[in-house]
Design a binder for this molecule. Structure first.
Ligand SMILES: [Cu+2]
Length: 187
């Protein structure tokens, strides 16, 4: 009877750890910017960004017609739609940009008038060593005037909780496995 209990405990611990490992190391997500409307001046890009939580490793896919382009720019350029400090530009109509670093990333259409017309997005990538996840999302530092009273905080908070909680449980699960193994060896 004791052996059966030990086996069960070990099994439960193994399932727990593998399940949480899957949550913690979730695969990267590819987001088609603007959804079915794509990267376009007529797309409500601000709304598209608001209910999403991006993580390091996720990919932004920009799909657009030949009159547009996509440029990653620093914050000043984003705010002013000024194209003098472009980090990188693509104009192939189908551009995948991985979010490789945590923090803010700014993308605009290379046509300044389109940018001024709202064809720009600011995304926050969470994760990595210096995760900005503890900074409140969508606070008053948003240059594009985020709509108040939206439900954007909900997914952001729950998502970062999953990530943080996942690591805690992973450690807990590993301790549980180690404890079980030691117990089995000792008996
Ligand atoms: Cu454009």
């Amino acid at each position: 009877m004791a052996a059966a209990n030990k086996f069960l405990l070990c099994y439960v611990a193994a399932v727990l750890v593998s399940g949480l490992a899957v949550i913690t190391c979730k695969a990267s997500t590819t987001y088609t910017v603007g959804g079915t409307s794509g990267w376009d001046i007529s797309t409500d890009l601000e709304s598209w960004v608001q209910d999403k939580t991006f993580a390091v490793g996720d990919i932004l896919l920009f799909q657009y017609s030949q009159i547009h382009s996509v440029s990653e720019v620093p914050k000043e350029s984003y705010d002013q739609c000024n194209m003098t400090k472009v980090i990188k530009t693509s104009s192939d109509g189908n551009t995948s940009i991985p979010l490789t670093t945590p923090g803010q990333h700014y993308f605009v259409c290379g046509n300044g008038l389109h940018c001024l017309g709202g064809m720009k997005i600011q995304v926050t990538a969470i994760g990595g060593a210096n995760s900005p996840a503890n900074a409140p999302q969508g606070s008053d530092n948003g240059p594009s005037g985020l709509v108040p009273g939206s439900k954007k905080n909900q997914p952001t908070l729950s998502s970062s909780n999953v990530i943080n909680g996942g690591s805690d449980y992973l450690v807990l699960g590993l301790l549980c496995v180690v404890g079980t193994v030691l117990y089995l060896i000792g008996s």
